[in-house]
Design a binder for this molecule. Structure first.
Ligand SMILES: CC(C)(COP(=O)(O)OP(=O)(O)OC[C@H]1O[C@@H](n2cnc3c(N)ncnc32)[C@H](O)[C@@H]1OP(=O)(O)O)[C@@H](O)C(=O)NCCC(=O)NCCS
Length: 190
């Protein structure tokens, strides 16, 4: 079985005194992912998951993710800082696999890893992987309109807000009981 030590790094760089490795996910990532996702739930981060995850939930999600990566239906990168899992971002096809539009499903870092430029490097590396693995020419994402750190990050990468079609209601989604506005952003890959 591949382990975090043997899987090849997509990118390595230094963030201060710590070496950061960006790599594809492994079966052995279940415990690390579970700890990270549950820390995001506890801080009420603006991610889709809003209830604590169990080992079974995480194992099922990871197996599905590994299957989809193998089938080239999605690609994702883990952030490993000194052997500890600290972040994740993934892109899959939006709808059918021949529609040329990729959807950035999620990007997150644990609190201690933020504000150090790691997320920007993660997204740039993930976009390179997307160009290599998926046949898409456009990337889209949806985020809560109040999630300014995420929106600033996406703008730095080149994403632009998709204007709402006239007459259509603004999309919203529930965040811990409150219905909050969402925005859509997109990036054309040339
Ligand atoms: C969204 C999220 C991933 C952004 O992470 P981030 O750490 O803010 O993003 P970056 O890695 O680009 O870092 C940006 C900061 O690092 C600084 N930075 C950039 N490059 C740097 C470098 N080489 N060295 C040191 N600092 C650097 C920037 O100046 C910026 O600091 P500022 O915010 O004080 O201006 C993070 O906030 C997060 O995980 N949030 C919770 C989950 C979430 O909301 N996800 C999005 C769902 S849509």
């Amino acid at each position: 079985m591949e382990t975090a030590r043997t899987v090849s790094a997509v990118r390595r760089f230094w963030a201060g005194k710590e070496e950061v490795t960006l790599r594809h996910p492994l079966l052995g990532d279940c415990a690390g992912m579970l700890e990270c996702v549950n820390s995001l739930v506890l801080e009420k981060a603006y991610i889709a998951r809003q209830t604590m995850k169990t080992w079974e939930d995480q194992e099922a999600d990871l197996l599905e993710l590994l299957k989809q990566e193998k089938e080239k239906a999605c690609t994702g990168l883990m952030v490993d800082i000194g052997g500890r899992l600290a972040g994740w971002a993934g892109i899959g096809y939006s709808g059918k696999t021949n529609n040329r539009v990729g959807m950035l499903g999620v990007v997150w870092l644990i609190k201690e890893a933020r504000g150090r430029g790691i997320a920007e490097k993660l997204l740039r590396a993930l976009i390179c992987e997307t160009r290599r693995v998926l046949r898409v020419d456009t990337l889209r994402l949806e985020t809560f309109a109040c999630n300014l750190p995420a929106i600033e990050l996406y703008k730095r990468i080149g994403f632009m807000e998709v204007p709402r079609k006239s007459g259509t209601a603004r999309k919203t989604a529930k965040h811990y009981g409150k219905q909050l506005p969402r925005i859509e952003m997109q990036l054309f890959l040339s």
